[in-house]
Design a protein around this ligand. Structure first.
Ligand code: MF3
Ligand code: CO
Ligand code: CO
Length: 297
């Protein structure tokens, strides 16, 4: 297609927008579509990013459907009085019954099949004897491996009647994911996602966790690139079709600092404030994105 706006015209000696690292004139200039194979090679070489083929995407989408079906099982029983280990049992058994594997189990020594993070727990909460109480907020983070492919998603739920603070942090975290997703399209870059999230979170006097980031996903649990939920516009890897990564902002009602508990996993807010998170697995398409773990935000 012909460039319409002069202001966005790419010079023949500029870097090619396909991300190859070559000059535009020696790469995509005059081509109607960029050559997928060279794009694949250049993303591998420059960024260690493995772009996904249509067949790969189908498999990740199927893993994503299983993740969503697993959420539906959990949501049936979620409420005051539920023991977090029961969430683990549901996720574990449902995943196995569908011929899949829960990715967290034994991942870098993680002892359970799902992460369950309550109130001031930012992420990586380990299911156990803790009982959900009226007024709690709880994040459930599910990652399934189906036919060798990974999909990763999480949601934060209210247990019983939420406090005003609980409502606020969950709604801000939900909107942060929406704002991040709105930036996902070719022509934008990784930094635009974090920029949009940070802008919104801080406009609401909330803070963005720095230590944990979104990530490439599909062939493995955590692949390149890293997707920070804070940062500057127009920085980082240019987004191109075939990239699959998560966006999963962790948003605190107070300050962003965290500490890790003795169990070496559980991350909690340093100031004890509430923290909430939503996560989806996204595919960059020609004109935007497709969620491979779609749920309403
Ligand atoms: N699901 C988390 C993420 O979104 C990672 C959990 S790692 C685990 O990246 F070992 F705690 F499961
Ligand atoms: Co993730
Ligand atoms: Co996750």
């Amino acid at each position: 297609m012909k460039q319409k706006k002069k202001s966005t015209k790419i010079g023949r000696n500029d870097a090619c927008p396909c991300g190859s690292g070559k000059k535009y004139k020696n790469c995509c200039m005059g081509r109607s579509t960029p050559p997928p194979e060279s794009l694949q090679k250049s993303y591998q070489k420059r960024y260690n990013i493995r772009l996904k083929s249509a067949t790969d995407v189908e498999k990740i989408r199927a893993a994503g459907e299983l993740v969503l079906a697993t959420f539906a099982e959990v949501e049936k029983v979620l409420g005051p009085g539920l023991v977090t280990d029961e969430i683990n049992t549901i996720v574990h058994d449902f995943t196995i019954r569908h011929g899949a594997t829960p990715a967290p189990l034994n991942y870098r020594g993680f002892p359970k099949s799902v992460c369950v993070s309550i109130n001031d727990v930012i992420c990586h909460g380990i299911p156990g004897p803790r009982v959900l109480q009226d007024g709690d907020i709880v994040n459930v983070d599910i990652t399934s491996i189906l036919d060798g492919y990974y999909a990763d998603a999480n949601k934060t739920f209210f247990i019983g009647t939420p406090s005003d603070d609980a409502r606020k942090i969950v709604n801000v975290a939900r909107t942060c994911l929406k704002e991040g997703l709105a930036m996902v399209r070719p022509g934008n870059c990784i930094g635009d996602i974090g920029w949009a999230i940070q802008q919104y979170a801080e406009s609401q006097n909330c803070s963005v966790v720095r230590e944990f980031v979104g990530h490439g996903v599909g062939f493995q649990f955590h692949e390149a690139p890293q997707v920070p939920h804070f940062g500057r516009r127009n920085t980082g890897v240019p987004l191109v079709p075939g990239m699959v990564f998560t966006v999963e902002p962790m948003i605190n009602l107070g300050r962003h600092q965290l500490r890790i508990l003795e169990d070496k996993w559980t991350a909690v807010t340093a100031d004890g404030s509430l923290s909430a998170q939503f996560e989806q697995t996204l595919l960059v398409t020609e004109d935007g994105y497709e969620s491979l773990t779609p749920f309403a935000l």
